[in-house]
Design a protein around this ligand. Structure first.
Ligand code: SF4
Length: 383
């Protein structure tokens, strides 16, 4: 398949792996954060880590939209479905994320709430048109990739006068999250999380372009290479990062040129800024409160803002005890550091958000990597 097979070619992978091995300085370590959960999955699914020299390390970042949504916002969504009796529409992954006391949307649905999984914002609009006597709320989550479709839905609802439709907006922004990570004491002062460069997001960058990363590449002197999601994309991007580190450069480079441009999708950006504006602050799971890191619906579309339409109670939300998702999302710990990993917590019965989504680090470890560390011992035992 074009644009897929050539980026999974074994011979090419061996060639790039050999170049990485030749150019990685054996006297130093390289720590590269892959911001996106999509990259985490590519690394595990295709065994990219096994093709790296021992001194090239991947640090998993917070780029999974389901994982970073704080428990309080999920609890709000459950409240909308249960107490306000709306038809709550959301993407599939959100249904199973546990909130306070393991309450999830799918449990609310099992108890009678009207929660519906949709594939797009247009599905939610259709449900609103078909149910004029019911309030329909779209539970919007995601980074810059999923924001334009939400803007389209809000504009369509406004144009149609669809007064029973609203959006519970939880869209978050990538560059501010990366800056926040780089400013954290764990990275800046304590050296607990070592980051020599970033594998930049691919889908997000197709919307925002490569230009927004220029600031922190310069400010924090960290190279960024925007990387596609196929294994050869990841490997080529690692090679580009190694070259930058070796040469003392900290630039924004674009490996994913078949999709990402410097300016991004200008039309989508205009649409988003027409409908949304920056929130002064937003609480992320794992990162805490991050200034100007999320979007809210502009006053011009206030009639379609679920936070204004419904009065939400103040809650005593809390994370599951012993779940290490917050530390994993900051790159401080790995999924296997969590004592619940693979015991109490599995994709079938997730305790934290990182085990739910296909982009979550715990789900990636479980699906592709949970036996990695056990293999040598097993082989020795078999000999
Ligand atoms: S394994 Fe489960 S409980 Fe542990 S950090 Fe991951 S999601 Fe949380």
């Amino acid at each position: 398949m074009k644009f897929v097979d050539e980026y999974r070619d074994q011979e090419l992978a061996r060639t790039v792996a050999a170049a990485i091995a030749a150019e990685a300085d054996p006297e130093r370590n390289y720590h590269f954060m892959e911001f996106c959960g999509g990259h985490t999955h590519a690394i595990f699914r295709y065994g990219v880590q096994d093709l790296m020299p021992e001194n090239v390390h991947f640090v998993h970042g917070p780029g999974c939209p389901v994982c970073v949504l704080p428990v309080s916002r999920l609890d709000d969504a459950v409240e909308l479905a249960e107490r306000h009796g709306v038809i709550l529409c959301t993407y599939g992954d959100m249904m199973r994320v546990p909130g306070t006391k393991q309450r999830s949307l799918i449990r609310a649905k099992a108890d009678g709430a009207d929660v519906r999984m949709v594939y797009s914002t247009l599905d939610a609009l259709k449900i609103a048109r078909e149910n004029p006597g019911r309030q329909v709320v779209f539970f919007a989550i995601g980074f810059e990739t999923t924001t334009p479709p939400t803007a389209v839905a809000l504009k369509a609802a406004e144009a149609e006068g669809l007064r029973n439709f609203s959006v519970f907006c939880n869209h978050v922004l990538t560059p501010s999250a990366i800056s926040h990570i780089l400013e954290s004491p764990e990275v800046r002062d304590l050296g607990i999380v070592k980051i020599d460069g970033f594998l930049g997001p691919s889908h997000v960058s197709s919307v925002i372009g490569s230009q927004p990363y220029e600031f922190f590449a310069e400010e924090f002197q960290k190279p960024v290479v925007i990387a596609g999601f196929e294994p050869l994309d990841v490997m080529q991007s690692v090679l580009m990062l190694i070259r930058q580190v070796n040469e003392g450069r900290h630039e924004v480079e674009n490996e994913y040129t078949r999709v990402v441009t410097e300016e991004g999708n200008v039309k989508a950006q205009a649409l988003v800024s027409e409908v949304f504006e920056l929130r002064k602050s937003f609480a992320w799971r794992g990162l805490g409160t991050v200034p100007y890191s999320a979007l809210r619906i502009r006053d011009a579309y206030a009639d379609f803002d679920a936070e204004k339409r419904f009065e939400l109670s103040v809650k005593a939300s809390r994370e599951a005890k012993s779940c290490e998702c917050p530390s994993i999302l900051r790159g401080v710990k790995k999924p296997t550091d969590c004592k619940l990993f693979g015991t109490t917590c599995t994709p079938q019965s997730p305790i934290g958000s990182c085990m739910v989504s296909s982009e979550g680090a715990c789900a990636a470890y479980w699906t592709y990597g949970r036996f990695r560390d056990q293999q040598p011992a097993k082989l020795e035992a078999a000999e």
